[in-house]
Design a protein around this ligand. Structure first.
Ligand SMILES: [Zn+2]
Length: 78
């Protein structure tokens, strides 16, 4: 895995709530074509330590990335 993809960036924020990120995650789709990316590519995202502990984080992250790809942008809160 490319090292630079998991390095923190100053613009990073938790994907779920917008807080300061605690961890950097990689989402690798089973069927990249369905996500509009080429095989072997992955999505990079950040989570704060709180959201990282959520049992449903994978589900939520996937939903947000899907939503973002659909052109809805990322929404925070709730
Ligand atoms: Zn968070």
């Amino acid at each position: 895995m490319a090292r630079e993809i998991i390095e923190r960036l100053p613009s990073d924020a938790c994907l779920l709530c917008g807080e300061a990120p605690g961890v950097v995650g990689i989402f690798v789709p089973d069927k990249p074509m369905m996500w509009g990316i080429s095989a072997g590519k992955a999505f990079r995202y950040c989570l704060c330590s709180k959201c990282h502990q959520r049992p449903d984080k994978a589900e939520r992250v996937e939903k947000i990335i899907r939503h973002e790809l659909a052109g809805g942008g990322v929404t925070y809160g709730k």
